[in-house]
Design a protein around this ligand. Sequence first.
Ligand SMILES: Nc1ncnc2c1ncn2[C@@H]1O[C@H](COP(=O)(O)OP(=O)(O)OP(=O)(O)O)[C@@H](O)[C@H]1O
Ligand SMILES: [Mg+2]
Length: 576
Amino acid sequence: MGRIRLLDDNTINKIAAGEVIERPASVVKELLENSLDAGATDVRVRVGGAGKERIEVSDDGHGMDVEDIELAFKQHATSKLSKIEDLDVLGTLGFRGEALSSIASVAEVEVSTKDKKAGIGISLKIKGGNILQKKEVGRETGTTIVVNGLFADIPARLKYLKSDRVEMSHIIQVVTERALAYPKVAFQLHNEDVEVLKYARAPNLIDRMTDVFGRRVTKEMVLFYETDKGVKVEGCLAKPALTKSTTQDLHIFVNNRPVASKEITAAIEEGYAGLLMRNRHPVGAIFIDIVRKWIDVNVHPTKREIKFAEIKPLAKLVRKAVAEALGNVDIIPESRPVHDDAVPVTAAHVGAKKKPKKAAASSAAQTQIIEDEPPVDITEEGMLPRMKVIGQILDTYILAQSGSDLVIIDQHAAHERVMLEKLKRSEDKGAKAAQNLITPVPLAVNKREGQLIEHYRHIIEDMGFKIEPFGKDTFLVRAVPVTAGHLESESGLMDLINELAELGKARSIEEKRDDIRHLIACHSAVRAGERLSMNQMRRLIEEMHGIDSPYTCAHGRPTIIRITEKELEKLFKRVV
Ligand SMILES: Nc1ncnc2c1ncn2[C@@H]1O[C@H](COP(=O)(O)OP(=O)(O)OP(=O)(O)O)[C@@H](O)[C@H]1O
Ligand SMILES: [Mg+2]
């Protein structure tokens, strides 16, 4: 007796409809979720051509019987829901009865399965909704689904697929998210014959986190747990020293479903209360367990979005959980050894003193006027006018006086421009602008990051990096470009590597080089939100005098604005 039923029209009309298969990773997501719903304890994903040619997912779940196998590919056929009210008590990831029929309409699908109660297995080949073959097979309990030639007959969809690397990184993300949500299930991912991910069954979340994020990151994580009527919030987050420039490594789960939620992300970041630098994001995972009828998962066909009946109390609980956890630990970043020829951040060639350690919790709204030193004249020949540094505001802008004008410099934009020009100059000279690190920096990377390093290694090595594989999941950085600055630290390097993932769109190798040069300049530059000494500010201005176009940053934004005496007088209504 099969499990699957066709939904009635009333229920069908209430289910968020729409296309769920956009790319290979969407297929992997749907098949993985079906395996998990079938109670699998071991799920293996094998793709060919980053999923564009072939995707195979096999599991040891409860399988399907002869009655179910054909029904499974019909629209609105599901074993997980019979009426819309069931959504309030839904315990599965799937409920629409749409995924398999959508996949079979855009690819050729082969399924082989054996129900745990059946004596023999059954296999089916289906394409465009038509059954091509059905036969009995001998196999273990469980299901294997193979999807061949995704979008092969739909050129319009095919052309929106990105490079293998980009598609593969989406697949890795999908598997990683499910692996975090189901620590007790073993996962494997292979591309062609290369093992990309392998997670053994883990007894608890921490062990799985260690597999996913690496020991270095997990060691720096704090645990949190809070409950309130009908809601449980728990998880692990890295201390502020290990933040990232994207939210890619912040995973949010609601009732074990990975979701994107601006509100929850904001609540987590508020929990860090001023400990996060601007544009930095936490690393970790948060699991929210909430009474099912307080959420609506039926908002979007991919189920990536969720509507909460009441977001405010939930956000408050998340904020509290995170803040309390972080308040209980030592959040000052560990100091790391500085090599002898360290190049200070704002003055690569003038031999400044070592960069002072950043204050861990500098308030963003603070104004820093340094009074212990009088403003100093900087006299230069170049295109920039003479400037007298007055101080820094918001840890982001340098205030200076030029003649009778007030000058405001965006410290990051200005320094990025300086770094970019230096990098270009040393490349023009043909010399690799490399400086060897006395203490090489080991980078513990995850699979996605490792792939990015391998992919771009030849380009970034041309720009002065020396990177080599160093054991499992680790690379050793032996040299960095002379402009290095922030890139001398592990976290600066990891940020750069993570942003390489966003370069997929650049077409030619020259464009890629250009993009990478910009990324290196950006990541080596002093950041917004970083407090600078008077000397550092003066040297930055000195360096701006030495370059050709100091007035705009690499992206064309202004680095300097000027308020004239006249404008000030007008503002204060001294003149009209
Ligand atoms: N790996 C599997 N093991 C056992 N049964 C499966 C498996 N994959 C699919 N099925 C059965 O096929 C049905 C249809 O799957 P499909 O993914 O199309 O819909 P769904 O999971 O019910 O809902 P959704 O469209 O939201 O994913 C499921 O309800 C389930 O009964
Ligand atoms: Mg499904």
